[in-house]
Design a protein. Structure first.
Length: 371
């Protein structure tokens, strides 16, 4: 057993969770509407890309309060399960962040899985896709320094400029999508000679001991994959070829060695051959009517599959949205104990329980689960 206070130790998604960072939704009162945001959430934002007259889409106060209630309920459930919960510093006054190339309203540190990945005993800060999230990890730095003092490694991918023209659109080009309405980035400056740069999120990775699945959908991600291979040669990095435009933790969800939840069997052949021999759980379909309707003021960020974004406490216990009884029953049929926690606005704020967390201490080690 790994005790808290000994630095980070997190190699997988399912061994006993001892310590975790849970994101903070304070001041999450709007979404930015710049090109980097709209392209990242293209599938869901594109139909309503012209919503709002300014640079931000306001979120009603009542929905922000309900999100805060649900996150606190999640924290209470983790604490009751004997998990030590750490929190980032909250955003008390939301400000504008800027570089020589752009300026945007900052995003609070809610979906902390996106900007960081823990690989064994090392914290890795990743290279944000969205301009407004560039300095989000500053709110976690007091925690990262504590881990550094306890002996953890701490690295950062090269910080992207996110200047005009640095985002690779090839994933969408291959799908025949018209990007004219989301690439009219006239307020952002170009950085001549830069081209496509390293842009990569932690949620593009799924950890399975010494093996790490890495989704690569474009040239930005390929640079991130190459960086991970070079900096972490002891891990086996498995390149998944564009199974999504970015994040995959609502597609591929390992629950314990030998048991894997997949959004659908269509993804099976994209996985490394050893994983194809595991038992596969496919979640029940969620109809659009199961979610709140935000069309009166905005749009969904996440897809209707967001609720498979669960968090494992150990190999037998998993936190699931209490608003998904069919999913809870499905997992219970596979021998899992379900901790139900309410999460109403997962599609509006773009994250489930896995997104909201950075698991820094788990009992597992550098195991070969593919052997």
């Amino acid at each position: 057993m790994i005790e808290p206070g000994c630095g980070v130790n997190s190699y997988d998604e399912w061994t006993r969770l001892r310590e975790v960072v849970v994101g903070d939704p304070a001041s999450y009162t709007s979404h930015p509407l710049d090109t980097s945001f709209r392209m990242f959430y293209l599938d869901n934002v594109r139909p309503t890309v012209n919503v709002g007259d300014g640079r931000e889409l306001p979120i009603p106060d009542q929905l922000v309060h309900e999100l805060e209630e649900d996150v606190e309920g999640f924290v209470d459930a983790l604490t009751d399960a004997d998990v030590r919960v750490l929190r980032p510093q909250p955003v008390t006054t939301r400000t504008t962040v800027a570089s020589p190339w752009w300026s945007e309203p900052e995003t609070p540190p809610l979906n902390v899985r996106d900007q960081t990945i823990v690989l064994g005993d090392t914290i890795v800060e990743t290279a944000p896709h969205i301009r407004s999230r560039m300095f989000e990890n500053d709110y976690l730095k007091p925690l990262f320094y504590r881990y550094l003092e306890q002996g953890s490694g701490w690295l950062a991918m090269p910080r992207p400029a996110l200047a005009r023209g640095t985002l690779d659109t090839s994933y969408f080009d291959r799908a025949g999508m018209d990007l004219a309405s989301v690439t009219d980035d006239t307020e952002t400056r170009e950085l001549p000679g830069l081209g496509h740069e390293l842009i990569f999120d932690g949620a593009q990775c799924i950890r399975l001991g010494r093996d790490v699945l890495v989704n690569v959908a474009n040239a930005n991600h390929q640079l991130g994959f190459t960086w991970l291979q070079r900096v972490f040669p002891k891990f086996r990095m498995h390149r998944l070829d564009a199974i999504a435009d970015s994040h995959i933790d609502s597609i591929v969800v390992p629950l314990r060695p030998g048991l894997l939840m997949l959004r659908s069997m269509d993804y099976l052949q994209s996985l490394p051959e050893p994983l194809q021999r595991w038992d596969i759980v496919c979640p029940p379909e969620q109809d659009e009517s199961a979610f709140p309707d935000y069309n009166g003021f905005g749009f969904n960020l996440a897809s209707r599959y967001i609720d498979i974004n669960v968090l494992s406490i150990d190999e037998d216990t998993v936190v699931v949205n209490s608003l998904c009884p069919d999913l809870m029953r499905t997992l219970e049929k596979h021998g899992l104990t379900v901790i139900p926690v309410r999460h109403r606005h997962r599609r509006l704020f773009g994250g489930g329980f896995h997104c909201f967390t950075l698991d820094t201490v788990r009992d597992g080690g550098f195991e070969d689960y593919f052997a």
